[in-house]
Design a protein around this ligand. Structure first.
Ligand SMILES: O=C[C@H](O)[C@H](O)[C@H](O)COP(=O)(O)O
Length: 276
């Protein structure tokens, strides 16, 4: 049952985890000093740590986002140098498919490989029970399908993604909806939550070349409605999930409950691996 366990935290206790990849060096330019570690350095450290779990012959779920991009580069690098052979990647977005192709990772899909050995992906939020919010890049549906079909789902984040309560960081909890009568669906979602608590819902948009606000369209030709919770999502997350999913216009939401099998967190003081 969700929340009924306490994840085991393994503090690896090293300010720089690069020694963990010693067998696969050289990777990239020399490690920066502690003081110079940027958020992107931390993302890369977490990503490389996850790629250490990859073995030749694996079917891999390839996540989406700036953290996973480092894993794709690393996988491509190891494959090029012959350290990894016969891997196949299942991309969670068109963007990831293009990136993976560019670095030489062969691609497939869930139709051909219904069971995935290992998925690696970032997250927008991670709570203490390893529940996630994902979908800031709009890829939540394919991510949930592929990561849900995975024997292991390893989440890679820098420490800024850790929250005590999902929805509590000020970032949106995305919901993918069909474009048909999206305002109606937005209204249904609004009525689920208490507006007095600072909650609001908003169609995700972007400015086109002429500066006109247009709906953001997912790889599945759907829209995204972003839910904002000033104080985080209250109550039982499974109940909230079921309530959102029962609206016919909703395709999927960005809460990934009970799906992650481990989370690799890179922080300024080292790397922590938390497993279920
Ligand atoms: O749709 C986007 C995905 O869920 C990303 O994995 C998530 O937003 C994290 O992205 P990033 O690693 O860029 O923070």
């Amino acid at each position: 049952m969700r929340g009924a366990f306490y994840p085991q935290a393994l503090d690896l206790g090293h300010p720089f985890p690069h020694h963990l990849f010693a067998d696969r060096l050289p990777v990239s330019p020399p490690a920066p000093t502690v003081a110079a570690l940027s958020q992107d350095d931390l993302k890369r450290i977490a990503a490389h740590r996850a790629v250490d779990l990859v073995e030749s012959g694996m079917v891999l779920g390839l996540g989406t986002g700036s953290t996973t991009a480092h894993a794709l580069d690393r996988l491509g690098d190891l494959r090029r140098r012959g350290a990894l052979r016969d891997i196949v990647g299942i991309p969670t977005s068109l963007k990831t498919a293009a990136h993976a192709t560019a670095v030489g990772i062969p691609l497939s899909d869930l139709d051909a490989h219904p069971v995935v050995d290992l998925s690696i992906d970032g997250a927008d939020e991670v709570d203490p029970a390893l529940n996630l919010v994902k979908g800031r890049g709009g890829s939540l549906l394919r991510e949930k399908m592929i990561e849900g079909a995975s024997r292991r789902f390893v989440v890679i984040v820098d420490e800024s993604k850790l929250v005590t309560c999902l929805g509590g960081s000020g970032l949106a909890v995305p919901v993918e909806v069909v474009p048909f009568c999206w305002k109606y669906t937005l209204g249904q979602l609004e009525r689920l939550f208490d507006n007095d608590s600072g909650f609001y819902a908003k169609l995700r948009t972007f400015s086109d070349k002429e500066g006109v606000e247009m709906p953001f369209v997912t790889d599945n030709s759907n829209y995204i409605i972003d839910l904002y919770f000033e104080k985080g999502i209250g109550g039982d997350l499974d109940v909230v999930s079921d309530s959102i999913l029962r609206f016919p216009g909703v395709v999927e939401h960005g809460m990934f409950l009970g799906m992650a099998t481990s989370v690799i967190v890179a922080g300024k003081n080292g790397v922590t691996v938390t497993m279920k």
